[in-house]
Design a protein around this ligand. Sequence first.
Ligand SMILES: [Zn+2]
Length: 103
Amino acid sequence: MIKIPKTFRAAGKKYTVKWDNGKIMSRGLVGEADYSSCVVTLSKVDQTILLTRDSVEQVFIHELWHVACNALGEKKLGKDERLADAFSGIFHQMLSSGKGELV
Ligand SMILES: [Zn+2]
C-alpha cells in the first residue's frame, strides 16, 4: 500500500487530491488531473464496480504522470495514455514492494 497524500507539490504548484463526488465518474473516468485548479480527483468506483485499493493507487500514480509531464512542458508525452498506464503499473510495483527504510 502506498500513501495517497491530501496535497503535494509539483514545480512549485500545490496540488490537492480529493475523492470524486460523482463528477468524473459520470464521464466514465476514475481519475483526473486538472492543471488549472491544481486538483487531482480520484474515484473509488469504476462504473458500478468498487475499485481495489491497489487500483486506486495506480490511478493516482497515473494522474501524477500527467501532472509531471505538464509541469515539465511535455504535453505530447503527457497525452500518451498507454505510457501513463505502463508507468503507473511499474511505479506502483516499485513503491508498494519496498521493504525497510534506508536511513
Ligand atoms: Zn490518463
